[in-house]
Design a protein around this ligand. Structure first.
Ligand SMILES: [Fe+2]
Length: 400
């Protein structure tokens, strides 16, 4: 079978793999304020662009970091115009700020949207090409060295701080994905204290995204064993920590576990990609404007039920890593226990389970089924659905 773009990026050939670790990460409550200034000074940054969004600035998360950077002599320049669904226009505005202020380093403080804009900005600084060509070609056309680039994630999470992907919308609302190892942050402060004030709804949806990243990377048909080990660790951690953090949002231990799981799932995803849960989700996201995890919560269980016969061993291995099932359970029972546990988690977290809850009808999803056929994540799924099977999967997401 000809290699697809996705299977080439995330190898599926047995006994062959490579891996590139993301940048230097520090972890711990308070580490961002304590160590970010030293990172910037150590890299010789004289004018640091601080990329964030207005909500985080208003919540008071950014000011202490900016102040500590100023005290260290890094002359921070704040750009807080990143939108919740970032656009190429956000990238152009940030670039204009970079040029006008003669910046020589960047820190992205925020969730996946802010970090994704940072990645695309850095990629643009490494290439002399129109932005759409640079997005399409990725690392192949990034000929200059990246400037110093740090990230401080404030959600747990999209894992954007460690993944190779960045998602931005163009002026027509179409989504583009940059795949690049070279434009990832080189330094990360994973500071769980910054996630303590995250609203419950965002905690739930970003946390469920982490579970889906870990699950997809652990059970798809990619062959990278380093990513597999990290994905299983991230899955076990996030399945336990997500209910805990929702029950006790002020628990630093639960917040720490979710932030670590998000980071590890991001690294795993950067090595193995995800699976058909995201593959069926992407075409639906073009039709509705709801949080990413709401769509994942609808697609996950039908896709897992479809995949189970071809992924029994992988699902059973994931179930064992999570401590599911009973002593003596065989692989079939364990694999089913994993599907049941994911079904139980989406309900416990309070996410939608049907297309109707998203405002969609399966009989109007012909174009979405066509689009799913071309989806790179679906091609990494352990069982490949036909066009008719995709339509049937969307029908299975209708309420009974
Ligand atoms: Fe995701």
């Amino acid at each position: 079978m000809a290699a697809t773009a996705s299977s080439a990026f995330f190898g599926t050939e047995p006994d062959r793999f490579d891996f590139a670790w993301p940048g230097h990460a520090v972890f711990g409550d308070g580490c961002a304020q304590q160590q970010l200034p030293a990172w910037a000074a150590g890299r010789g940054v004289r004018r640091l662009l601080v990329l964030s969004d207005a909500g985080l600035v208003k919540a008071g998360i950014v000011a202490p970091l900016v102040e500590s950077l100023r005290a260290a002599g890094c002359a921070p320049v704040l750009f807080d115009g990143v939108a919740a669904n970032p656009t190429l226009n956000n990238v152009r505005q940030a670039r204009a700020c970079w040029d006008a202020q003669h910046c020589d380093g960047l820190v992205a403080i925020g969730g996946g949207s802010v970090i994704d804009v940072g990645k695309v900005l850095v990629a643009g600084l490494c290439a002399d090409l129109p932005i759409d060509e640079m997005l399409r070609e990725g690392d192949r056309v990034l000929t200059r060295d990246a400037p110093p680039f740090a990230a401080v994630p404030t959600t747990a999470g999209t894992g954007s701080e460690s993944t190779t992907a960045a998602l931005v919308k163009d002026d027509q609302g179409r989504k583009h994905v940059l795949r690049s190892r070279r434009s990832r942050p080189q330094w990360l402060a994973l500071d769980p204290g910054l996630t303590l004030s995250l609203p419950l709804s965002v905690t739930a949806s970003t946390g469920f995204d982490t579970v889906m990243h870990a699950l997809g990377a652990a059970t798809n048909r990619a062959t990278n064993p380093v990513g597999e080990a990290l994905a299983l660790q991230a899955l076990a951690l996030s399945m336990r920590a997500l209910p805990a953090v929702l029950a006790e949002p002020a628990s630093l231990k639960a917040r720490s576990d979710m932030l670590l799981a998000s980071y590890l799932a991001g690294v795993a995803m950067s090595l193995r990609g995800v699976d058909g849960i995201h593959g069926l989700c992407t075409p639906l996201e073009a039709l509705v404007d709801v949080p990413h995890a709401h769509v994942l919560a609808v697609t996950c269980v039908p896709l897992m039920a479809f995949t189970l016969p071809a992924a029994t061993l992988r699902y059973a291995q994931a179930a064992r890593a999570c401590g599911l099932g009973s002593p003596g359970d065989g692989d079939d029972a364990l694999a089913r226990a994993l599907v049941d546990a994911i079904d139980g988690l989406r309900r416990r977290v309070g996410l939608p389970c049907t297309l109707a809850e998203l405002g969609l009808r399966a009989d109007a999803l012909g174009a979405a089924a066509d689009a799913a056929m071309d989806n790179a994540s679906l091609r990494l799924n352990a069982r490949q659905p036909t066009r008719e099977e995709i339509a049937a999967l969307y029908r299975a997401m209708q309420p009974a």
